[in-house]
Design a protein around this ligand. Sequence first.
Ligand SMILES: [Zn+2]
Length: 96
Amino acid sequence: MEKTLNIKYQPERTCVACRKKGKKTDFIRVVKTPTGEFIIDKTGKAEGRGAYICCNKDCIAKLKKTRQLNRAFKCEVQNSVYDAVEEAFVDKQEQN
Ligand SMILES: [Zn+2]
């Protein structure tokens, strides 16, 4: 079992929807800031607890359907946050 105390040590990123590991750049990062707000961290430098989602349609859909962010952050995550993840995904697709 992973110890939650070690959240600062993240050698690999794991998608919260499919559990696949990968490079930081392959993911969309959602951060819960120290003030309790959820943001999409596009720089990868935001402070706070983060969750990662692969940049693929299936994971984005699954994330929303199963409300995986609630589980990842152990609290209620508003729909607007899920919408923001979807938007970030669309943006990222357009960049490529
Ligand atoms: Zn995934």
